[in-house]
Design a protein around this ligand. Structure first.
Ligand code: PEP
Ligand code: MG
Length: 890
């Protein structure tokens, strides 16, 4: 006989490090229990049980028995039996995955109530019939909706009906008889939709609720949320079965949420919302407006003081911002949940800095507490506000940023307009999980109800999307597609601006200004910001990252201005200067002449005209990058990109011929364009192939680079040119180019002291696979992961993202576009092979990467792991790469 797998854990058996198995909520309930905090007793059904259920559609063997054993223990501890008619134990059944998925999965409260135990509950509550029947109707409503898929509106209609009959709009005006009547109405709705009576057997209620939580892992909104948040789809959820405590037993009861620091700014202090005489779900749903947590001090000083003490304890224990859900039941404080709290990007930096000051963490740990995505967020611009712009409403700054756009009132409309390229602000009374797609599509979210912990606030923060919640001066009328505020009406399509930091709402489009973090990086900080806590924290953490990182960070830049900016952002050189960008504009004609040249003389004269122009480009860049290496890539794209499009040219020529004009020149051009036309230009005549086919082209570029370096050096600066050959697939290509280049360099450089390196891009799979041979001819490699991804997967980089990647993402073929974040297993393997074999052949070989991946946080970690010397990315991503390279090294 086999021993049953352990699927159920008491809170006392778990701890905070068991999140994989017990989910985040369960692991933290266990941790609080073991810290001796007042957690209502309960047990956790593991994610493994969920996964087994989802795989087979049946509860795994042994689960039912283990639940029975743990339930008995819970009943003994509480001195009450589940659903007992006289003195019932009631439990909540709550989802809790490894990663928080706010509101995405199911919860059922008050399990154990039935026609008989409702009487016992009333007795427990001191003869409070109203409370007991209200709890029962909540159970039928939640159970019906989440377990049996009864349409929620039916229950809401019945509730509205009961209130109308009573002549009120307030739930609290319904008395016990009204609620008893409502229970009858709810039961009828239940029977109508399910074909069965509402289950009276407590254990059956429990089992069905557990099953519903398991299944909610695969609810559509949960699937969408996971995809957006890049949470793996196969983790499953744990289920927490917890003894009920009640925040709705009267004015000495209530429920709330608390943060140990401000999750918006990171400021120290007491932050949270409290709602007297209510259940926890009321706060999260934002159904009634809460009061600031500080007011609890007046309402119940004992609980308030106790809560503050627990918060300090939790923060000291977790050494981080904690968020907490609590309930007060008739003056007794219960801790219902804690976790390391979500926070804005600014708060992440500020809090990490504070915790270092407080000696709770060291700077290495502070580096782990922030990330490049957050830094990128802080580099967004904010509103520029002057007197013309007066806010029309102020809600809660739930997620920072500055967003302007057309007002929409439904998720569907948001998706529609966003698809047309419009920037939209989704305005709702409150959001719920069904609004997820609209929230993704919107530039920002504005709600009239709900606090910092409402659905809108939590989800928007997670997405890094601007959100103002609880702007209660706004009266939202969804069916009429308008809202009114301060005596004005705002219709769908009107523009509003929302500030997710201050919570202010403006009519019209407010202009924006740069972030102080960017100003800090640029060294152009306004004096009033020099001492700003965010800037100080960023400075401190970036300095530490720079001290720790092994990867250098260069930039991709091909103008002096970009080079200068990147240098201010901390770039340690240029990793990719794309020279083809220098062949556009006025110079296009010269290039056209080069391509159309019929004789050596014609060609040489075009090249001679291009030479000084190129040289000036390089002089400017070398000057800006004085003392730092500059990798200049010889021209890469197919030449026909410099000619007019074939079809248009053909039409022009035909029209001109029609008119009898002299079209000899145009005809020659057309013939050239035809001759050069390629079906697959990305796999055609580009890169090194071009250099080997058009005599003198690479030579001109090499000469321009060398002459510029000599000129800059003669002027007293230090130029460190590195000439890079693109699209090499065989060492022979590189050897041919190199032999010619070295001659020119030797001739130009003379005794100037300038040293020029020659290396290659590794962006064709064959180059990666023959890197040992190629390294014999290369002083450095730079991985072109854009082309390497394109050619390794056979995905056209210009087409596939819009064409079918959405489907691939939906199917989970990959979690993120391989053009955005390096595919470690495939493309990454090519990088690894080339790095190893290249270094084996030439130990001093310099290795870098200059594809888009150089600025992607995950990819930076990968490049650190495979031992590259540097990453190169766009100027704006340089700080992100510096930070992530530091994080990878600690
Ligand atoms: C690359 O292919 O990764 C690269 C940097 O070159 P480009 O993007 O110019 O093709
Ligand atoms: Mg390339």
């Amino acid at each position: 006989e086999t021993v049953d797998h352990k699927y159920v854990y008491d809170f006392a058996e778990g701890n905070k490090d068991l999140k994989d198995l017990l989910g985040g909520k369960g692991a933290n309930l266990a941790e609080m229990t073991n810290l001796g905090l007042p957690v209502p007793p309960g047990f956790i059904i593991t994610t493994e049980a969920c996964k087994a259920y989802l795989a087979t559609g049946e509860e795994p063997a042994g689960l039912a028995g283990q639940i029975a054993t743990h339930l008995e223990a819970l009943e003994r501890e509480m001195g009450r039996r589940l659903g007992d008619p006289d003195d019932p134990l009631l439990v909540s059944v709550r989802s809790g995955a490894k990663f928080s998925m706010p509101g995405m999965m199911e919860t059922v409260l008050n399990v154990g109530l039935n026609d008989r135990s409702v009487v016992g509950l009333s007795a427990q509550a001191g003869g409070n019939d109203r409370f007991a029947w209200d709890s029962y109707r909540r159970l039928i409503q939640m159970f019906g909706k989440t377990v049996c898929e009864v349409p929620g509106e039916e229950f809401e209609h019945a509730l509205d009906e009961a209130k109308r009959a009573k002549g009120t709009t307030n739930d609290l005006d319904l008395d016990a008889d009204d609620l008893r009547g409502l229970v009858d109405a709810y039961k009828k709705i239940f029977v109508k939709h399910t074909g069965r009576e509402f289950p009276q057997e407590p254990r059956e209620q429990l089992d069905l609720a557990i099953r519903a939580v398991f299944e909610s892992w695969n609810a559509e909104r949960a699937v969408v949320y996971r995809r957006q948040e890049r949470i793996p789809a196969d983790l499953g959820t744990a289920v927490n079965v917890v003894s009920m405590v009640f925040g709705n037993l009267g004015p000495d009861s209530g429920t709330g949420v608390a943060f140990t620091r401000d999750p918006g700014s990171g400021a120290q202090g007491i932050y949270g919302d409290y709602l007297a005489n209510a259940q926890g779900e009321d706060v999260v749903a934002g159904i009634r407006n809460t009061v600031p947590l500080q007011e609890l001090e007046q309402l119940d000083k004992k609980s308030y003081d106790e809560l503050l003490a627990f918060m300090a304890r939790l923060e000291g224990h977790y050494k981080d911002l904690c968020d907490i859900e609590f309930t007060i039941e008739r003056g007794k404080l219960w801790m219902l949940q804690t976790r390391v709290g979500k926070r804005t990007a600014a708060a992440a930096f500020v809090i990490a800095g504070q915790l270092v000051d407080e000696g709770l963490i060291d700077l290495d740990e502070a580096l782990h507490r922030v990330n490049g995505a957050q830094l990128a967020q802080l580099m967004f611009p904010r509103f520029r506000l002057d007197h013309e712009f007066q806010p029309v409403a102020k809600g809660i700054g739930a997620s920072p940023g500055a967003a302007s756009g057309k007002v929409v009132f439904t998720s569907a409309r948001a998706v529609e307009l966003a698809a047309e390229g419009e920037s939209v602000i989704l305005v709702r009374r409150e959001t719920n999980p069904d609004d997820l797609n609209g929230m993704i599509a919107a530039q920002g979210i504005l709600t009239s109800r709900g606090g910092k912990t409402s659905h809108a606030a939590v989800v928007a923060r997670g997405m890094g999307k601007t959100c103002v919640s609880g702007a209660d001066e706004i009266d939202v009328n969804v069916p009429a597609k308008r809202f009114t505020v301060a005596g004005q009406t705002v219709n769908e399509g009107d523009i509003v601006s929302i500030d997710g930091t201050t919570g202010k709402v403006y009519l019209g489009e407010v202009p924006v200004m740069p972030s102080e973090v960017v100003q800090y990086f640029e060294g152009s900080l306004e004096p009033e910001h020099v001492d700003n806590p965010l800037v100080r924290a960023v400075h401190r953490i970036m300095t530490h990252a720079d001290g720790k990182r092994r990867l250098a960070v260069r930039t991709n830049a091909d103008t002096g201005a970009d080079a200068a900016r990147a240098r201010r952002f901390g770039a340690q050189g240029i990793g990719l200067c794309r020279t083809e960008h220098m062949f556009l504009g006025d110079r296009r004609e010269l290039v056209e002449r080069l391509i159309l040249a019929r004789t050596d003389d014609e060609r040489d004269s075009s090249l001679a005209a291009l030479l000084p122009l190129q040289r000036d480009d390089f002089v400017e860049i070398f000057r800006e990058m004085d003392g730092l290496p500059v990798t200049v890539r010889l021209i890469d794209p197919p030449l026909h990109e410099f000619l007019p499009p074939l079809e248009q040219l053909a039409v022009n020529v035909a029209v001109a011929q029609e008119r009898g004009e002299d079209v000899a020149k145009e005809e020659a051009l057309l013939a050239a364009v035809r001759r050069m036309h390629e079906e697959n230009p990305m796999l055609g005549l580009r890169g090194v192939r071009l250099g080997l086919v058009i005599p003198g082209l690479f030579a001109m570029q090499v000469r321009a680079i060398a002459e510029a370096a000599v000129a800059v050096t003669r002027a007293g600066a230090v130029a460190k040119p590195e000439i890079m050959v693109p699209l090499v697939g065989a060492v022979q290509e590189l050897e041919t180019v190199r032999a010619e280049a070295e001659k020119i360099i030797a001739e130009v450089v003379g005794d100037s002291g300038v040293e020029v390196l020659i290396g290659t891009m590794i962006e064709v799979p064959r180059a990666a696979l023959t890197a040992g041979q190629i390294a014999e001819a290369a002083q450095f490699f730079s991985f072109g992961t854009n082309d390497l991804t394109q050619m390794a997967w056979g995905f056209s980089r210009d087409d596939v993202e819009g064409a079918f990647f959405w489907r691939y993402l939906e199917l989970g073929i990959f979690g993120i576009s391989p053009f955005e974040s390096i595919d470690r297993d495939g493309v990454g393997r090519l990088v690894r092979i080339a790095a190893e074999e290249g270094r084996a052949a030439r130990p001093e070989l310099k290795l870098g990467v200059c594809g888009e991946h150089g600025g992607d946080p995950d990819s930076v970690h990968f490049f650190h792991e495979v031992g590259l010397d540097y990453v190169s990315c766009s100027p704006f991503r340089v700080p992100v790469a510096r930070l992530e390279a530091g994080r990878a090294a600690v």
